[in-house]
Design a protein around this ligand. Structure first.
Ligand SMILES: Nc1ncnc2c1ncn2[C@@H]1O[C@H](COP(=O)(O)OS(=O)(=O)O)[C@@H](OP(=O)(O)O)[C@H]1O
Ligand SMILES: Nc1ncnc2c1ncn2[C@@H]1O[C@H](COP(=O)(O)OP(=O)(O)O)[C@@H](O)[C@H]1O
Length: 273
């Protein structure tokens, strides 16, 4: 099936991030690129699920191009559509791409949950990828410190990368302290409704500090690390996250927590295309 005449319109709009309270430590407006595509080609599968032959693509058919845009400091840019779309990739994987955003204090169990969840989903034949704050700071975000602006940039970049993973059809687990509500809410606005699942590790500072697996709380208490989250830097817990883990009376082992998240994903239909 060859569809022709793909046209695109690209506009910019200012949107307020969902659920941001004025009392938030940091308050920003969100400049969001709203992209609307008309007549873009969709690759339809044959009845047996195989993919039909490739066809001419928007931008390669000599069609008149839509307007150019400016997004941030990027001038004269234009969005290009591909004939293989998110829905096609999701069918291939038999799952829906989404972002599981795990937030909480250092030592609250974010990385442990991320790995346990990854393992559970892998066992079910589902494709996941973990973006862990500590790990991403070894590469992509190695230029960022822990001051508020750099933490915000850290979250923004990981939010954008996670969005690409979700668009690839992958279940992306992002585990970062992400201390500011506004930064997490901005990441939420990057994704379609429902595709951003915020998981709060509701574990007290006392418990995290008692665990102190890297000795960082001890160093922070001794004044050897400045601006440590929970000690002399803020952490803003979510106000309306999808899943809250760690409270008394709920399954608090990493496996039980991962099972809670898997059950949520199953219930919401993310584990099938
Ligand atoms: N000042 C300060 N505050 C908090 N954490 C610190 C700090 N300095 C270093 N670390 C180590 O960095 C890990 C957190 O990185 P993140 O990218 O998740 O942080 S943030 O989201 O940008 O706040 C964090 O890892 P986790 O313990 O896994 O959370 C720490 O190991
Ligand atoms: N659900 C849990 N119950 C008890 N201890 C846990 C749990 N999850 C993690 N831990 C332990 O707590 C410490 C911090 O876990 P980690 O996953 O590294 O936290 P974070 O990534 O939030 O810093 C580790 O020693 C880990 O073994």
């Amino acid at each position: 099936m060859i569809a022709a005449g793909a046209k695109s319109m690209l506009g910019l709009s200012i949107a307020s991030p969902k659920g941001i309270s004025d009392s938030s430590s940091r308050s920003v407006g969100v400049l969001r690129a709203c992209v609307s595509m008309e007549g873009s080609q969709t690759m339809s599968h044959n009845k047996n699920g195989s993919i039909p032959e490739l066809k001419a693509v928007n931008g390669h058919t000599g069609q008149k191009q839509g307007p150019l845009s400016t997004v941030g400091n990027s001038t004269n840019i234009k969005w290009h559509e591909c004939p293989v779309e998110k829905a096609d990739r999701q069918r291939l994987l038999d799952q829906k791409g989404c972002v599981i955003w795990v937030t909480g204090l250092s030592g609250s169990g974010k990385s442990t949950l991320a790995c346990a969840l990854n393992q559970k989903l892998y066992q079910k034949g589902k494709l996941c990828y973990v973006l862990d704050g500590d790990n991403v700071r070894h590469g992509l975000n190695r230029d960022l410190s822990f001051k508020a602006e750099d933490r915000a940039e850290n979250i923004r970049r990981v939010g954008e990368v996670a969005k690409l993973f979700a668009d690839a059809g992958i279940i992306c687990i992002a585990s970062l302290i992400s201390p500011y509500r506004v930064d997490r809410d901005i990441c939420r606005t990057l994704l379609p409704e429902g595709d951003f699942v915020e998981v709060y590790m509701d574990v007290s500072l006392e418990v995290c500090e008692a665990r102190d697996p890297k000795g960082l709380y001890k160093l922070a208490r001794a004044g050897k690390i400045k601006g440590f989250t929970g000690i002399d830097d803020p952490y803003e817990p979510p106000l309306n996250c999808e899943i809250s883990l760690g409270q008394e009376g709920t399954g608090t082992s990493p496996i039980e927590m991962a099972e809670t998240v898997v059950a949520y994903l199953e219930h919401k239909g993310y584990l099938n295309a």
